[in-house]
Design a protein around this ligand. Structure first.
Ligand SMILES: [Zn+2]
Length: 167
């Protein structure tokens, strides 16, 4: 395992220990994928394990925003009912594929739901700071596009977190 994967694995294990008790007995493995993919990460199930795939672009990202990103993927695992039948898996994977490839009403609803779960689990500040990273990294147009895809904006993160007492 290279040092980046070790770093991600440590963050994931720590998140699970602190905030995802239902994943304690599960194996969540990190897999890296090449930089030429536009997306940063996604979660997947296979062979009785969960995998978080992460783009090599993220190797030098700061720990706070990595924490937000990995917590987001763990929330996908927790919320996506990935423990269903084989057919359920295929169906899920198909919808997942759609949600990676396209901006659909379904994918927007999922991303919003997942970001809210990240906040409920106690990571509003991390999520907020990873949004600020986006705003530093990408053009205004791209950032707007991301928020339009269902990811919460900094203002939405703050107001939701305050509403539920997690700010
Ligand atoms: Zn997501």
């Amino acid at each position: 395992m290279n040092k980046y994967k070790k770093k991600y694995q440590r963050i994931v294990d720590d998140l699970i220990k602190k905030s995802f008790p239902e994943l304690k007995e599960k194996k969540v493995k990190i897999v890296e994928f090449p930089k030429f993919f536009v997306f940063w990460s996604f979660a997947q199930k296979g062979f009785g394990r969960y995998y978080i795939f992460i783009n090599k672009k993220r190797r030098n990202a700061n720990v706070k925003s990595l924490k937000a990103q990995l917590a987001h993927e763990l929330c996908h695992i927790v919320l996506d009912h990935m423990d269903k039948t084989v057919f359920g898996d295929l169906y899920h994977n198909f919808r997942k594929f759609l949600s990676i490839g396209f901006n659909t009403k379904f994918s927007r609803r999922i991303e919003t739901k997942v970001d809210k779960e990240v906040i409920r689990r106690g990571y509003a500040r991390e999520l907020y700071s990873s949004d600020l990273d986006w705003e530093k990294t990408f053009s205004e147009r791209i950032v707007k596009g991301l928020y339009a895809r269902g990811y919460l904006s900094p203002e939405q993160i703050e107001s939701y977190a305050k509403k539920i007492g997690k700010w």
